[in-house]
Every structure is written in structure tokens, then in C-alpha cells.
Design a binder for this molecule. Structure first.
Ligand code: FAD
Ligand code: UDP
Length: 380
């Protein structure tokens, strides 16, 4: 088969690049994925009882990037949605990120008031403070509070999720969920927070609805590589897999999901409840909070972290640790040498812990800066 562009991986990165190449330049794109569906980890579908669920864990859209918001809004309308998460600590469901409400739920009034005053004095109202930073405080009251929150919220959750302690990871990981010095219980603080009205899969289908895009599912790249003649390849699968592990294997974390159908909803007060201290799973999500589907039954999904084993499960998370970053840099340098014949993009293709909006922002940037010039050069 002869095409101008072959894109490996029909996740949000591959779909965005396919859409841009076809609509902007009218170029032929072959988009292949080894899974049986498009959308990568953002894929959503109706379960047997008609409840819309996310097959690979809860995906909440949020961004402060206006370009990303405007771009995706061409393919979907949105339902405003503010994600809320509770963490079970000492038998109570406290708001997460840990904020002034959480503090007042867990401590006697006078202690909570004293800690609040110290926090506000040190950082100011509305500040976001990463837990590892708060633990370095010299103020004894704040350090004791930090140790408490670290122990009750971060330590065991991180052990379950990553199989290592918080300090062994890049500080950016736990900083994703900082201590927040206000009483705003929303999980995110981005300018745009919403869910696609008909789901992510429907949004991706609209993005790919173009005669120049050919989607080939159930197809691993290696199994067809020799039959595809393309001018350019865009690879959004694992960076180390492409290079057959030449610089060593990059590790990933995987997950198992357990869906429990329930007859009555809501089962949980908010969409997601985290269990830092109990059970083998990290969190449970009740999807109807995300979708507002008007039906009595519901589905609750639990996430069980596990090691990634190629061929057995999926590589959901790159593991942000210094030693892996070094290995990833070897691969990124090897990848850069192949440009512009081959481009690497996405969470797996760049080995970066991208959220959906960051993946789209990166794809749009790559398109603008590097891919569009190639497309122009190869235009008939
Ligand atoms: P992927 O979605 O991983 O797509 C890559 C695709 O490539 C896959 O479909 C794979 O099958 C295919 N592929 C790989 N190798 C090959 C090969 N050799 N041949 C053929 N096909 C191949 N982001 C948010 O913004 N908000 C959230 O709430 C959120 N929650 C998340 C929850 C979980 C549990 C996880 C795991 C991620 C979450 N994310 C969230 C992140 C989001 O999933 C990613 O940002 C996004 O999926 C990245 O898209 P991608 O296209 O780069 O990669
Ligand atoms: N985290 C934690 N306890 C929690 C929630 C998060 O320790 O209750 C830490 C944990 O290390 C986690 C990281 O913060 O992996 C980032 O959390 P986030 O909710 O952003 O993870 P994701 O949705 O990407 O799985």
C-alpha cells in the first residue's frame, strides 16, 4: 500500500495529526492501531446495560490552553463538568486536593484554625503547595501537618500506583495533586473543564471523518511495516519498542480495571473516591457523574495498578524517575536523527506523562513546526 503518511497509534495524538494532515493539506493518511477500536486510552463505549464508561480509566477533560479548547470544540459540543474527588482518610471522605475543608474535617477546630493561620501566613490564600515542598518546612506545626498528609494521602497511594515511594519519582508527579489553600473542592483549576457531550469516541470519529484518512484496526505496525510504502511515518507507540530496546527497556505502569454494575445511583457522592490506605485498588469511579446519563443504573470502576508486561497488558503510564529519563533521552536523540522521515509523538512516543490536552497541544505544535513544512514540500 502506498500513502504519503502512515501514523501508528489511533489515540488522541494520532487522531489529531491524521485530522490535521487530511484537512489542512488533503494528504492521504493511513492510521493503524493494534487495538480493535480508535481513541487509544481515551476510548469510551456503552457497556451491556447502556452505561457510557471509559474502558481505560476515567478521562476528565480540562485545559487552560485556548488553542486546544478551540481546536477540539470543532468536533464536539461540551457539557460543563467540574471533577470532584474524595479520599478516604480515617474513615472520612475528605476533599482532594487536600484543602482547608479537608483540614477542618480531620482536625479539632482549634488545631485546624492554628494550622490554617500558619499555612496562610507562609504561602497566602489560594496557593498550591506540593506535598514534598511542605515537608521541608521549618515551622514545626506545618511540618507535622505535612507529615500527616503525606502519610495518610500520598505514601501508600503512591506505593500502590507506582510501586515506589513518592521521593523516588520526579517531584512533578505528586505535585499534580498539591495542597491547596482555599475551600474550592474541585480537582482541577483549569480555565476550561468539560466532557464531550457524546463521549470521546464520537469526537474522534468526527475528527477522522475524511475521505483521505484510512483507519486500519487490529493491526500491529510490525506485522504490516514491509507492505506499507510511506513518505513519512508518525509513531505514537512505545519509543523503546520501536528501537527494539537498543538502549535498554523503558518501564511503564499498567492497570487492571474491575467494572461493577449497580442498580441504583449515585453510589458515591462524587465521581471518584481514592483509597490511599485500604484495598489493592487506588480509586473507584462512578461514570454517571461524568456523563449525567438519565438512567437509574450505574457502573463503578476500580483501578488496580500492576507492572507492565509486554504482550500481557497495556503500558498506561511512563514512570517519571531520573534513571528512566536518562534512558528516554537516549531514545529521543535516536528519534531526532530520523526526522523528518519519522516523527515520534504522544505519551508513549515521547515517554512523557501527558494529559489529553498536553498531548493535543504537543501534536498541534509538532504539526505546525515540523510536519506542515514536510506536507507542503510533498504536496502535488
Ligand atoms: P495512547 O492513548 O496510549 O495511544 C497510543 C495508541 O497506539 C494505542 O491505541 C496503542 O494501541 C497504539 N499502538 C502502540 N503501539 C502500536 C503498534 N506497534 N502498532 C499499532 N498500534 C500501536 N488525561 C487527561 O487529560 N485527563 C484525565 O482524566 C486522564 N485520566 C487518565 C486515566 C488513566 C487511567 C490513564 C492511563 C490516562 C489518563 N489520562 C488523562 C491521559 C490520557 O490517557 C493520555 O494523555 C492520552 O491517552 C495520550 O494519547 P496518545 O495518543 O499519546 O497515547
Ligand atoms: N496521589 C496520591 N494520593 C492521592 C492522589 C494522588 O498519592 O489520593 C499522587 C500519586 O503519586 C499519583 C499522583 O499523585 O500517582 C498524581 O495523581 P493524579 O490523580 O494526577 O494521577 P492520574 O489521574 O494521572 O492517575
Amino acid at each position: 500500500m502506498r500513502v504519503t503518511w502512515c501514523i501508528v497509534g489511533a489515540g488522541i495524538t494520532g487522531v489529531t495529526l491524521a485530522e490535521r494532515l487530511a484537512r489542512e493539506f488533503g494528504q492521504r493518511v493511513l492510521l493503524i492501531d493494534r487495538r480493535a477500536h480508535l481513541g487509544g486510552n481515551c476510548y469510551d463505549a456503552y457497556d451491556a446495560r447502556g452505561v457510557l464508561i471509559h474502558r481505560y480509566g476515567p478521562h476528565i477533560f480540562r485545559t487552560s490552553d485556548r488553542q486546544v479548547w478551540t481546536y477540539l470544540s470543532s468536533f464536539t459540543s461540551w457539557r460543563p463538568y467540574y471533577h470532584r474527588v474524595r479520599a478516604v482518610v480515617d474513615g472520612q471522605q475528605i476533599p482532594l486536593p487536600f484543602n482547608l475543608n479537608s483540614l477542618h474535617m480531620l482536625f479539632p477546630e482549634d488545631e485546624a484554625r492554628r494550622a490554617t493561620q500558619r499555612l496562610l501566613g507562609a504561602y497566602g490564600f489560594g496557593a498550591s503547595v506540593p506535598i514534598l515542598q511542605l515537608r521541608e518546612q521549618e515551622d514545626r506545626v506545618l511540618r507535622d501537618l505535612a507529615d500527616f498528609v503525606y502519610e495518610k494521602v500520598y505514601y501508600r497511594y503512591t506505593l500502590k500506583q507506582w510501586s515506589c515511594q513518592p521521593e523516588a519519582l520526579s517531584p512533578s508527579v505528586t505535585a499534580r495533586v498539591p495542597i491547596v489553600l482555599n475551600r474550592d473542592d474541585r480537582y482541577f483549576h483549569d480555565a476550561y473543564q468539560a466532557m464531550p457531550v457524546h463521549g470521546y469516541t464520537a469526537m474522534f470519529q468526527r475528527m477522522l471523518d475524511h475521505p483521505k484518512i484510512h483507519l486500519m484496526l487490529n493491526t500491529a505496525y510490525r506485522s504490516v511495516a514491509e507492505e506499507i510504502a510511506c513518505d513519512h511515518l508518525i509513531y505514537t507507540g512505545c519509543l523503546d519498542e520501536y528501537f527494539e530496546g537498543r538502549h535498554g527497556l523503558l518501564p511503564y505502569r499498567s492497570l487492571r480495571f474491575r467494572d461493577t454494575p449497580v442498580e441504583q445511583s449515585p453510589q458515591q457522592p462524587v465521581a471518584t473516591v481514592n483509597y490511599p490506605n485500604e484495598y489493592d485498588f487506588t480509586r473507584t469511579t462512578e461514570y454517571k457523574h461524568l456523563t449525567a446519563q438519565p438512567m437509574p443504573c450505574s457502573t463503578v470502576q476500580a483501578e488496580y495498578p500492576e507492572a507492565y508486561v509486554p504482550g500481557e497488558n497495556e503500558p498506561y503510564y511512563p514512570i517519571p524517575r531520573d534513571e528512566h529519563e536518562e534512558t528516554a533521552q537516549h531514545y529521543r536523540r535516536a528519534a531526532a536523527v530520523l526526522s523528518p522521515r519519522i516523527f515520534f509523538a504522544g505519551r508513549l512516543g515521547e515517554y512523557r506523562y501527558y494529559s489529553m490536552d498536553a498531548a493535543v497541544a504537543r501534536a498541534l505544535h509538532l504539526f505546525q513546526e515540523e510536519i506542515a513544512p514536510c506536507a507542503l514540500a510533498s504536496a502535488p
